[in-house]
Design a protein around this ligand. Sequence first.
Ligand code: GLC
Length: 651
Amino acid sequence: MYQKNLHNKIVELLQQQSLDISKKDSAFFARFIANATAIESLYLQLYAQHPQCDIIWQQLMQLIITTYQQRPQPFLERDTKKLQQEHWFLSNQLAGMSLYVDRFCGNLQNLQNKLDYFTELGVNVLHLMPLFESPLHESDGGYAVSNFRKVDERFGTLKDLQQLQQKMQKQEMYVMLDIVLNHTSHKHEWAEKAKQGDEKYQHFYYMFNDRHIPDQYDASMPEIFPESAPGNFTYVPECNKWVMTVFHQYQWDLNYRNPEVFMVMLDNIFFYANLGVDILRIDAPAFIWKEIGTTCQNLPQAHALLQLIKCCVEVATPGMALLGEAIVAPKKIMQYFGTGLFIAHECDFAYNATQMALQWDALATQDVRVMLAAQEDLVKKPFGTSWITYTRCHDDIGLGYEDNSIRKAGFNPYEHRRYLKNYYSGNIEGSPARGALFSVNPKTQDARISGSLASLCGLEAAQANQNAAAIEESIAKILMMQAQTFFLGGLPMLFYGDEVGYTNDYSYLHDPGKSYDNRWMHRPLIDWDKNKKRNTTGTIENSIFTQTQQLLQLRKQLPILSDYSNIIWLTPHNIHVAGFMRAYGNQRVYALFNYSNKASYLTWYTFKEHGHIPKQLFNHLNQQVYTVGADYEYLILPPYGMFLLEPYEEK
Ligand code: GLC
């Protein structure tokens, strides 16, 4: 909706500040006008009743302008380039890796010298795990930030980060950083002031004099870390109050009912944008609005806040894409791409956490039916948005997909999940997986799973038993799991160490700042002698690295693997084989993955169900050509084997 008053106000503000709306700054002006109504209405939806509503509104308008004015020239140019590309982040040319800078190579300066390693592998997007100041033993891997603008000394300085970004930009690489939006460390200046009784800062958090309101919240809020941080409130002796702490006790939830909190955090978002961040990972967005009587997750106001952030970013720093780290049920995840008028105007990316977990489900059960049953929701992802696809990350694997998908596949959800937990925590005889249960809830028996890609795929056990065949099998599983995420559609995000098969690291048990959190078992300390073995033929490292490299190269050669929301899942004629078709124009490829430890037979009819019937198929993974047979004949997939097939005769 066009609003003349708002238009005039913006023109006035921009002219006051000598912006050239007819020439140099015309694109910014156009974006501002286009988004102004949405920004205003979202803001009012959240804050109309707040006494500071008007003052903060003025500040918000000004902040957008100042951010744009302060945006360094190279980023303005990059914005323009990205906008011209249209949805630059959907491209098959991108592949990422997530890593802890200190555990990977010590600090940010060293990382500058490691860029060739990523290029060698085929990775050009780096997700640097939280870098901003965070108390050493109460850090949650950096997700308890005590200063949003100061790089923690462990990693270096802000200048080091800027230098790294510049070097990366020169090499056409992209940076992804986190904004920890939901909470701060209890050592953050705001929290410290709140502890000292400063009311202004007490209103930055959900703080209460007694347990009366906390008890009401607690009645319907689930617990995130029931073992290490039960409950959702923590007593603060310094001010004799209770503060909301959904995650750990040292992570205080910010109160977004207060528009000032929104403003300062938006300012931090813009600060990261003007450091040259290409993708901003919004940590835990599902939690940013709380309401008594609800789970305090995925509330409409949380979406309104994200949409508001998105619209402001679209105006001031449009080259920065937003990733919402919403690890929630599939139907809920989809809402983070925006709904109604805001479709494709909320988060540009979300994690495909459902698919990730379902690949682990299929690997344990050797049955892909649950995976297939869940796709109905996931394929609805709007064009112009994308997934982060992954097999492992720094977090646990949650089994939060719909019970209904499990039922549709013919299983009992409770028993099914129990099996998966036992399988991955090594409680089933014969299970090759070496993982552990994370955050077991004694009341509900809910639990998630920790463990590295390699250990969960059986490499740790196979190595311990010096079983060469089992080692080969685990490598095949690792590659199949990765390949599915590379070909699925979305930006594949590898987790550091997985490219050379790091197994679990149990040293965290001896560190008091980590021993309470077994996610540290899959956050390796890189040993560069081990990584160097990638160059020695015959080593496990070489085998995994080179094959991962080939898969990434292949992805880059096939534009059809860009995320045009062009996926069609194939009928599971064999319950062990997951397959999908990626189609664009006249082109198509079929990706098939055999989740069984035996050969699987797939009727050729599989390729005849979707329009054009190919006569021959070329497998990009082994360069062989297959002739499509009769329906009673089969394509044979080796154990944990995979195919990427393209119709041949059209070539
Ligand atoms: C996100 C992070 C996780 C962290 C939590 C609290 O889920 O990925 O590691 O513990 O947020 O910040």
